[in-house]
Design a protein. Structure first.
Length: 124
């Protein structure tokens, strides 16, 4: 089983966790179920639930009627997953700015992780 953690900025903000807290109850419940499935399946989770994006980034694909939620994440340290960026998908294709944001957060996370600056108290 994998362990999911939320990316945190140096200031302590957890953008994905904040995004989840603002979702409507039904959407939030489904999103949390998808995250539990991600913890269970890890990299074995495929479409329609998850897909590879690029450069170590994956997307969790949550759909509830016309609402499309995406959570970009990456694997690290064998059995851990960091949730990097989340948004409502409005276009057919992922936007470059969302991918760039996730990559920047991943790079920041991995530097801080390598320097042992992180504590994982924001697990699901």
């Amino acid at each position: 089983m994998y362990s999911v953690v939320f990316y945190q900025t140096r200031g302590g903000d957890a953008p994905v966790q904040d995004f989840l807290s603002r979702l409507h109850a039904k959407t939030k419940i489904k999103t949390l179920r998808w995250l539990e499935l991600l913890e269970k399946e890890g990299p074995r989770l495929k479409r329609p639930y998850a897909d590879y994006v690029s450069d170590k980034l994956y997307e969790l694909r949550i759909r509830l009627a016309s609402d499309h939620i995406r959570i970009l994440y990456a694997f690290f340290d064998k059995q851990k997953i960091v949730l990097l960026h989340s948004f409502r998908k409005r276009d057919q294709k992922l936007r470059d700015m969302d991918i760039r944001m996730a990559k920047q957060r991943y790079d920041d996370f991995m530097i801080r992780y390598a320097n042992k600056e992180l504590e994982f108290d924001h697990e699901i």
